[in-house]
Write a protein that binds this ligand. Sequence first.
Ligand code: GRF
Length: 205
Amino acid sequence: MTDNLGKIVVLASGRGTNLQALIDASKENYFNGYISLVISDNPRAYALERARLAGIPTVVLDYASFPSKKEYEKKLLTVLQEENPDLICLAGYMRILGKEIIKSFPHKIMNIHPSLLPAFPGLEAQKQAVEYGVKVSGCTVHFVDEGMDTGPIILQECCPVEDYDTPESLAERILQHEHRIYKEAVKLFLEGRLEVKGRKVLRKR
Ligand code: GRF
């Protein structure tokens, strides 16, 4: 992977600022890879527009048009297997990936989450942090396993939670950190510098 460009597939459901950060990083050769495909479960996701503007192929698997989650996952797995990426990045992808997909790409799927895991997994992590009253929060890039935001942690970055933060103001602050550590995690991965040992991800020098 170090000589050749790593092939990345991004899955996104929404506005896609993390996708944009990865697109920009790839254009600047921040990492040794390119985004070959963007897949969305939501035909209205602005992430799709970002991909198109960058000339990246897109596949829309409109979740609502599938008879069941099983059928949707089957199709998603087929698309991923055909694309055969080195790395799959979830970037605001709002579904839990099924077992089959995770098993097919062991330690090749990453996610970005807007809290310091294991605190505040799941939806509305920034709102959870504000309501809990923590003074520090941040974001986490982790490998995806079968749990909800439970996979081995690759990188984390923290930021303060201010007294009068709203979930929105905190989300905005955290997002700046997300955009930085996601591209860094991708870079480390594509350089072959991440070694997973049980729950730990070791960074090879
Ligand atoms: C980010 O906060 C990310 O951590 C979470 O969903 C949000 C997606 O934002 N998983 P965007 O679509 O990348 O702008």
